[in-house]
Each structure stands twice: as structure tokens, then as C-alpha cells.
Design a protein around this ligand. Structure first.
Ligand code: FAD
Length: 382
């Protein structure tokens, strides 16, 4: 049994990894437990807005990410059929000046690897699938599927949409299938050179019930990525995703603009993912257990801020624990929820509605947010 105060994080996704680094930098003793045997560079990109780059500045990885990723000057929205521009949201230098950091699109695996490299050696434990939790007056006992047992003062559930820790707090409940899937494909930049078409740095093609979001995942523009949202009445496959095909893509995007057709033609392999979510949870913590990220507020990914919210949660939870000290974790958890719920729920609701930046709007409430500049609101009154 551990004698010093310890924080256990379950799940080393983008949210859990951020929490581990930030808490360790703040001087807490942290171990992180991940069910996967290792992480691979899965075929997917991700946006990181200025709101998150400001947190990465604290973590010491902003510059590396800036060098690694692509820096779109705009987020364009265009009509999927006619190609007419629906919005031109300025990013690039505008974001640096107005929002205080850059807007980056990057390969998700590269970002994750960079984040993992900032966690103290020896504190990430792979192949550790949490099976049971048992809370006593003074500690939590965690048991993993390989039989190993560990103890911690508090446990952070960063274990994604199917969170075991959410289940412990609120009982078993499957996530809701939204009725939409996302196709994801990476395209080699050199595949696009043969077309007499413009491939913009960050663009979302829209029609009434579907879309395709496209952007570069490297600063060299040698990897282009698309992710879709397409209605799909049921999800009756096993696993997190399945293979899709070029034919399925042609069917889904029939009649779409020639640039979209060229992307489908250039697709070598494409996967299909169910889009799932949950209604807002009635509580984010109980006793020594607390949730963050998708474990707490999963959303459809249409604002490109799901991981962003997980990372903001990690930063706010760290701030609150610093404020109170680990012994007063109850007050820290109240503070955390009081300072996160409104923003995370708003993002969750806009993201689920899939309206973000479709028409010209001001994204400052999301991108301009500086978590470290916020005066903490007090927690729930006792
Ligand atoms: P996860 O990334 O799900 O990590 C959870 C971790 O916990 C996993 O590593 C898992 O293996 C581990 N785990 C689970 N159960 C256990 C257990 N019992 N024991 C031990 N470990 C466990 N977000 C953005 O910000 N920008 C984007 O551009 C973007 N695009 C997206 C596109 C698509 C198609 C999708 C589906 C999502 C997208 N998102 C995006 C959302 C983003 O991926 C999620 O919100 C984010 O990954 C949540 O991070 P997390 O750390 O909370 O959970």
C-alpha cells in the first residue's frame, strides 16, 4: 500500500496524458494506467485551437507542435455541391494576435506521442485495464485485469466514452448512437499534384445532412486528411471502427464538388467510426473519484474541440487541486465542476448540433479562452 499521497489516472488518451503532465509539473505524485499495450499512429488528424495551445505552452510543447503541424490561414466552409463559400473564419496570424496562440492541425498520433513524451518516465503503465474500484475511508483500491492491485488517494477517470469510472459513479449505461458515422482517411500529398484543383488548408464541405472536413496534418503538407459526418441508421458492427471503401464514399458524396471527388479518387484506405454521445451527466465526481474528457462529456466531434475540452478539464482540475491541496480533494472537485461544466456543456451542445462555423460567426468564446486567465468561481455552497 502506498504511504505518500498519490493520484491515479485511468486512461492515457489526450485528456489523461495532459492531466498526468500538468499534475506532475505541479508537484503531485501521479501514476497513469492504460489498457492498451502500446499506442500506434492510427490514421486520423486533429485540430488544436489557440485555447489548447495556451495550455501546451504551460506544458512546454507549444513550439514543437507549432513546428510539427499545419497552420491554416482560414477555416473555410463551402457548399458541397456548388462550392460557394459559406464562411471564411480567419485563423493564422489573426488567431495568434487575437486569441493569443496559433491554430494547428496535426496528425493525432504525432500529437499524442509528443504529449506522452512529457510524462515522467516510469509513471505510465500499459496493459493495465481497470476492472474494479473499491473506495475506503482513506484510499481507493484499483484492481486491473492482470490481477495487479494499487492504491491511490484520488482516481481521475480519463477513460473515454465507455468509462469504467463513470459506471462506478452512475451505473452501467451504454452511450447513445447518434445516427451518424465518420469516415476517416489520410491521403498522401503527392497524390493531389495531378489535379488542377485547389486543396485548401482547412475546409469543411457541407450539404444538409452530411459534410466532409479536410485539412493537412503536417507543416510540410505531405499528408492531407478528411473526416466526414454521414447519416447511417444503425451501428451493428463490433469494435471501435470498421473498414469502409472508396465505393461507399462515392455513394455517400454523390454529386459533391469535383475537389471532393478527387479526394475520394485519391483514397487508398478509409475507416468508418460510429459517432456516439451521452446526455450531460448529473455529477462529475463522488468521494475520491472524478471524471474528465469523454468520460464526462462525450460529444459528436463537429467543433473539433472534444479533445480540447478533455485537455482544458485536465488543466482546470490541476489548478483546483493546486488551490486546495490534495487532502481537500472534495473542495477541489467542486471548484473544478463549477469552473468547467458550463463551458464544456456549451461546447458539447454546439458540437452535437453541427452548426459550428457553417456561417460567418465569431469563434472568440472558444479560441480566445485562456484557462489560466480565468478567476476561479467558487464551488457548490456547502
Ligand atoms: P480517449 O481519447 O477515449 O482516451 C481514453 C483512454 O482510456 C484510451 O486510451 C483507452 O484505451 C483508455 N481506457 C478505457 N477504458 C480503460 C480501462 N478500463 N482501464 C484502463 N484504460 C482504459 N477532438 C478535438 O479536440 N479535435 C478534433 O479535431 C477531433 N476530431 C475528432 C474526430 C472524430 C471522428 C472523433 C470520433 C473524435 C474527434 N475528436 C476531436 C474528439 C476526441 O477524439 C475526443 O474527445 C478525445 O479523444 C477524448 O479524449 P479522452 O482522453 O477523454 O478519451
Amino acid at each position: 500500500m502506498g504511504s505518500t499521497q498519490k493520484i491515479a489516472i485511468v486512461g492515457a488518451g489526450l485528456g489523461g496524458a495532459a492531466a498526468a503532465t500538468l499534475l506532475q509539473q505541479a508537484g503531485f505524485q501521479v501514476d497513469i494506467y492504460e489498457q492498451a499495450p502500446e499506442f500506434s499512429r492510427l490514421g486520423a488528424g486533429i485540430h488544436m485551437g489557440p485555447n489548447i495551445m495556451k495550455i501546451f505552452r504551460r506544458m512546454g510543447i507549444e513550439q514543437q507542435l507549432d513546428q510539427m503541424g499545419s497552420h491554416p490561414d482560414h477555416w473555410f466552409s463551402r457548399d458541397g455541391i456548388s462550392g460557394d463559400y459559406l464562411s471564411r473564419i480567419p485563423l493564422g496570424d489573426f488567431a495568434r494576435k487575437e486569441y493569443g496562440a496559433s491554430y494547428v492541425t496535426v496528425h493525432r498520433g504525432d500529437l499524442h506521442e509528443l504529449q506522452m513524451s512529457t510524462i515522467k518516465p516510469g509513471t505510465v503503465h500499459f496493459n493495465k485495464r481497470l476492472e474494479t474500484l473499491e473506495e475506503t475511508d482513506s484510499q481507493v483500491r484499483l484492481t486491473f485485469s492482470d490481477g495487479e492491485v494499487t492504491y491511490a488517494d484520488i482516481v481521475i477517470g480519463a477513460d473515454g466514452i465507455n468509462s469504467k469510472i463513470r459506471e462506478e459513479l452512475l451505473g452501467p449505461e451504454k452511450p447513445l448512437y447518434s445516427g451518424w458515422v465518420a469516415h476517416r482517411a489520410l491521403i498522401r500529398g503527392d497524390q493531389l499534384a495531378k489535379y488542377d484543383l485547389k486543396f485548401e488548408d482547412c475546409i469543411k464541405w457541407w450539404t444538409e445532412d452530411r459534410h466532409m472536413m479536410v485539412y493537412y496534418t503536417t507543416g510540410k503538407r505531405d499528408e492531407y486528411y478528411y473526416v466526414t459526418g454521414v447519416p447511417h441508421p444503425e451501428w451493428d458492427f463490433q469494435g471501435a471502427f470498421v473498414d469502409s471503401s472508396r465505393e461507399e464514399m462515392y455513394d455517400a458524396f454523390q454529386g459533391y464538388h469535383p475537389t471532393v471527388q478527387a479526394l475520394i479518387e485519391s483514397t487508398e484506405s478509409v475507416t468508418k467510426w460510429p459517432l456516439r454521445n451521452r446526455n450531460p451527466l448529473p455529477l462529475w465526481s463522488r468521494g475520491r473519484l472524478v471524471l474528465l474528457g469523454d468520460a464526462c462529456h462525450p460529444m459528436k466531434p463537429h467543433m473539433a474541440q472534444g479533445a480540447g475540452m478533455a485537455i482544458e478539464d485536465a488543466a482546470m482540475l490541476t489548478r483546483c487541486l493546486q488551490e486546495t491541496g490534495l487532502s481537500d480533494y472534495r473542495t477541489a472537485f467542486e471548484l473544478y465542476e463549477a469552473n468547467r461544466k458550463e463551458r464544456a456543456s456549451r461546447v458539447q451542445s454546439v458540437s452535437n448540433a453541427n452548426t459550428w462555423l457553417r456561417t460567418q460567426e465569431d469563434p472568440a468564446w472558444v479560441y480566445g479562452y485562456d484557462l489560466y486567465g480565468q478567476v476561479l468561481k467558487s464551488g457548490v455552497a456547502a
